[in-house]
Design a protein around this ligand. Sequence first.
Ligand code: 5GP
Length: 182
Amino acid sequence: MLENMIEEILIDEKTLKNRVKELGESITAAYDEDDDIVLVCILRGGFIFMADLARQVKLPVACDFMDVTSYEGTTSTGNVRIIKDLEESIEGKHVILVEDIIDTGLTLKHVISMLETRKPKSIKVCTLLDKPARRSVKEVEADWNGFEIPNKFVIGYGLDYDEKYRNLPYIFVPKPELYEDN
Ligand code: 5GP
C-alpha cells in the first residue's frame, strides 16, 4: 500500500501549485513578449513540473524535450548521455532549462555546456527542487528555484523510484524499507 511507504509528505499539492504559479509569474516578468523563448524539459523527472509551469508562463513560449541518462538507485553517478535530443535549433533563442531537482549538479553542468555550443541567446535554469547539501559542482546555480530541500531522497510530482510514482501529485520522503527491500 502506498500509504505504508510514505515517511513524510515534504511538499503537498497545494503548496506545489502555489509555488509553480509564482515561478511562472517571475519567468513571465523576466522576458519581453517578442523574445524567442524555449522551455527545455529535462526528461523524465521534469515533465510534470514543466507541464504545470508552462501554463503559468504568460508568454508565447516553445516547448522542447531532452532525455539524458536516467538516475539509477539513490545516488548520482555523473554519467550523462543524451538519449533524446531537442527537436528544434536553439540558436539565437532564450533557453529556460526546466529541471525536477538539482542534486550534485552534474547533469545540469553537462547539459548546459552541451547547449552552450549551440549558440543560444541565453540559458537560464528553473528547478523545482534544490538539494544544496549534495552539490559537487559549485558553479551550477538555478535562476529560479521552487524549494530548497534537505538531503533526503524524494519521490513524486515527476520524481521516480525505479520509474514508478512520478504520477503522485505531492513530493514525499519514502520509508527506508522501500529501497532496502530491493
Ligand atoms: P544531479 O545529481 O545530476 O544533480 O541529479 C540528476 C537527476 O537525479 C535529477 O534530475 C533527478 O532526476 C535525479 N535525482 C536527484 N535527486 C533525486 C531524489 O531525491 N529523488 C529522485 N527520485 N531523483 C533524484
